[in-house]
Design a protein. Structure first.
Length: 67
């Protein structure tokens, strides 16, 4: 999905509005390599591709306190 930056938007703010968290700013930046050359506060009207996020698979085994 593509979204358009508004006045005062930063990439992490856009990620927070779209995903509800900022944990995947790096993933969004990889999908939008041109943004790395822009100032931190994005120009109004910048198109930003927001990739579909794949949920992380649980790593390791589950530890239970009581058996």
């Amino acid at each position: 999905m593509q979204i358009i930056s508004q006045q005062g938007d930063t990439l992490d703010l856009m990620c927070y509005r779209f995903y509800g968290h900022t944990q995947n700013v790096e993933t969004v930046l990889e999908a939008n390599s041109k943004i790395a050359f822009l100032p931190p506060i994005l120009p109004i009207g910048t198109l930003v591709i927001m990739p579909d996020l794949v949920p992380a698979s649980p790593s390791g085994s589950t530890i239970q306190l009581w058996d």
